[in-house]
Design a protein around this ligand. Structure first.
Ligand SMILES: Nc1ncnc2c1ncn2[C@@H]1O[C@H](COP(=O)(O)OP(=O)(O)OP(=O)(O)O)[C@@H](O)[C@H]1O
Ligand SMILES: [Mg+2]
Length: 291
């Protein structure tokens, strides 16, 4: 370490200079470019999610169907055909995204377990790919099965078809978090769950996130979920998909049921609903004018 970096660190400049967890600069994605089906899914999307030391942030993405939420997430993940963007740059932890990588983990809405693998074998799949010896990976797998609220003795040997939707999402979360990604991408992970299970899963996510301290990008259609989980909420609008609001939210500090019954929470949710209605009405007027 040279003298300058000493000075920088002492003054806190080094922390400020940590590369962002996720950075979009003027990102556009056009599907079917040059064909009659050409469609501009997102346009001019710019945002920076910092990599907070020993903390991480949860950013919620809210917006109408088709506004490009999954496109944004899959660009971060480096998954085709969303990756590469048509224009602009997508960087994770200071490096341009060139494809999927171990620094990012993704949890989808549909239960994406391997049907022919047990819960334990699903959870340890990534460790197996990394060549971690069986004993070591299975010990870690059982630990994670417990961390997501399943029973390592009763549930480890079950197959996905023997699990409820909530249990399957717990497996998907364990399978992702066991790899300790710095950036976790969640695309409506609780969208198919009943309201009570959904609140339990929100609590689970907050608890696990405190432990792993990763940066989470969380796509949801639920304003309540976005407000409760998000330190920050990005509101998107459609045609073309773009970010129209970037709002700070109070961090989730109490259990979901408790927080979500409080007056301040309802006020936040109502204000955000009103804002989304405005955004959607403006988009409709604009599209009407174009037709
Ligand atoms: N592979 C693809 N090829 C062509 N068009 C696509 C493709 N993927 C998405 N689109 C289009 O791009 C737009 C944005 O899609 P995207 O899936 O990102 O939206 P979304 O906000 O996630 O929607 P939802 O809330 O319904 O999941 C949509 O109009 C969609 O039809
Ligand atoms: Mg989507």
């Amino acid at each position: 370490m040279n003298d300058t970096s000493h000075v920088a660190e002492a003054s806190g400049v080094a922390a400020a200079e940590r590369p962002a967890a996720v950075e979009f600069h003027d990102v556009t994605k056009v599907y079917g470019q040059g064909t009659p089906r050409e469609y501009v899914a997102i346009s001019g999307v710019t945002f920076t999610i910092p990599d907070l030391a020993d903390h991480g942030e949860i950013s919620s993405f809210l917006g109408p169907s088709g506004c490009g939420k999954s496109t944004v997430l899959r660009l971060v993940a480096g998954l085709e055909p969303q990756h590469p963007p048509t224009g602009g740059t997508v960087a994770v932890l200071g490096r341009p995204v060139v494809g999927p990588g171990p620094d990012r983990g993704m949890v989808f809405q549909d239960y994406t377990s391997f049907d022919n693998r047990t819960v334990l074998d699903n959870v340890v799949f990534g460790l197996e790919c990394r060549g971690v010896p069986r004993r070591e990976r299975e010990a870690a797998g059982r630990e994670w099965i417990a961390k997501v609220g399943l029973d390592p003795r009763r549930d480890a040997a079950k197959y996905p078809h023997e699990l409820s939707g909530g249990m399957r999402q717990r497996v998907a979360i364990a399978r992702t978090l066991i790899l300790r990604p710095r950036v976790i991408l969640m695309d409506e992970p609780f969208g198919a769950l009943d309201p009570a299970t959904r609140l339990d899963m929100q609590d689970l996510l907050v608890a696990l996130w405190r432990e792993v301290q990763a940066t989470v990008l969380f796509v949801t259609h639920s304003v309540e979920e976005a407000v409760y989980l998000g330190d920050r909420v990005f509101v998107m609008a459609t045609t073309p998909g773009r970010i129209v609001e970037d709002l700070r939210m109070p961090a989730a500090s109490a259990p979901a049921r408790e927080t979500q019954s409080q007056p301040w929470f309802h006020e936040q949710v109502n204000a955000l609903h009103a804002r989304i209605e405005q955004v959607e009405a403006a988009a409709k007027r604009l599209n009407g004018a174009r037709e």
